[in-house]
Design a protein around this ligand. Structure first.
Ligand SMILES: Cc1cc2nc3c(=O)[nH]c(=O)nc-3n(C[C@H](O)[C@H](O)[C@H](O)COP(=O)(O)O)c2cc1C
Length: 337
């Protein structure tokens, strides 16, 4: 592994990041994840003002410092902040300044990051990763000097990609040896090991953690994830103008024809937003990934983390056995003369 990958692994108890989820991530989810040794993430844009974002940063920084002081020796993972760098807005500058002020340990950029942003995060010792839906976006991120790439494969929740995960990781590994994180459809400890076997260093899960006690998703939203299979996920740009994965039942609940949107695909025109709700599409049409098909419960983050750690350890043993790498049977004792 490369240095950022080694450093992050040393600060975590499972090679796992909980993905940032607009209007779903909250301080409880971030704190609970980090306390279990898993990187917890939050999208800065989920707070409507920079002042509210600063309050969030203060709460998380204080919460983790307090927990570390009371639990010496426990692995407490760093947290990550997701910044959309698509527009160089006044808000982005304010959010970057806050990341610097609070020394945010991991910054996750969405959109094409610039070398200036990378320099700003490095100036205080932070690490910066960028998400990429395809090899071209990953190449741009590498050129800008990022410390890691999140490869977002087909079927992911939120603004998913369309590339098969094997192909996406393989293509990125042709030009990049650094920290590589796979996202899209992962729900179990076995999936984390599989991601590593495919060439990733870390896994990232979104939808799996949406369906936890701590997430801010409404109870009906969580229930809808449990009741949805992978074919109940519609990939369309009609909801927010950018292609993303949405729950069919939620689209229908809002009076839209989900099957029509599926047919029109990612190029569909944006459907009209209810008056007064402009820019808030995700508040009323709910996003989740194909992983919904493998999620059947709503555990606490602590219970889910325990389960993922056990599954990951068991998967290593099962794989070693499958590959004939298990402990060799003891050699028969030589007969005593
Ligand atoms: C409801 C929801 C909101 C999301 N919001 C964001 C976001 O604000 N920023 C971002 O980079 N990714 C966002 N994502 C994507 C996740 O961070 C992650 O990449 C994705 O969920 C991984 O796929 P999975 O859901 O199959 O695990 C969102 C995903 C969901 C389900």
């Amino acid at each position: 592994m490369t240095k950022p990958a080694d450093d992050l692994r040393a600060q975590t108890s499972l090679p796992l990041i909980v993905g940032p989820m607009f209007l779903v991530s909250n301080a409880d989810l971030v704190l609970a994840s980090c306390k279990e040794g898993i990187v917890g993430s939050f999208p800065a844009g989920s707070k409507w003002t920079a002042a509210d974002f600063e309050t969030f940063l203060k709460d998380v920084t204080d919460g983790l410092a307090d927990y570390k002081a009371k639990n010496p020796g426990k692995t407490v993972a760093p947290y990550s902040i997701n910044l959309s760098v698509r527009k160089n807005s006044a808000r982005l500058q304010a959010d970057l300044a806050l990341c610097e002020k609070y020394k945010v340990p991991v910054v996750h950029a969405s959109g094409a990051v610039t070398p200036e942003i990378v320099k700003q995060i490095h100036s205080y010792g932070g690490i910066i990763v960028q998400d990429a839906l395809n090899a071209e976006e990953a190449k741009h991120a590498v050129a800008a000097g990022v410390d890691g790439i999140i490869a977002v494969a087909a079927g992911a929740g939120g603004q998913a990609g369309t590339v098969n995960p094997f192909v996406l990781l393989g293509e990125i590994r042709q030009f990049y040896e650094g920290l590589l994180i796979l996202a899209g459809g992962l729900t179990t400890g076995k999936d984390i090991l599989a991601a590593q076997t495919m060439g990733a260093d870390f896994a990232l899960m979104g939808t799996r953690f949406l369906a936890t006690k701590e997430s801010a998703a409404e109870p009906d939203y969580k229930k809808m994830v449990l009741n949805s299979g992978s074919s109940d996920i519609i990939y369309t740009s009609a909801i927010s103008g950018i292609a993303g994965s949405f729950l069919k039942a939620s689209i229908e609940q809002n009076g839209y024809d989900a099957e029509d949107l599926r047919k029109r695909g990612p190029g569909a025109d944006k459907i009209p937003t209810p008056p007064g709700e402009e820019g808030k599409a995700w508040k009323y049409v709910w996003s989740a990934g194909q992983a919904s098909g493998n999620i059947t419960d709503l555990p606490s983050v602590a219970d889910l983390s325990d389960r993922l750690k056990t599954e990951y350890a068991d998967a290593k043993i099962a794989l070693a056995k499958k590959l004939g790498l298990g402990p060799k049977p003891a050699a028969p004792k030589a007969p005593t003369p």
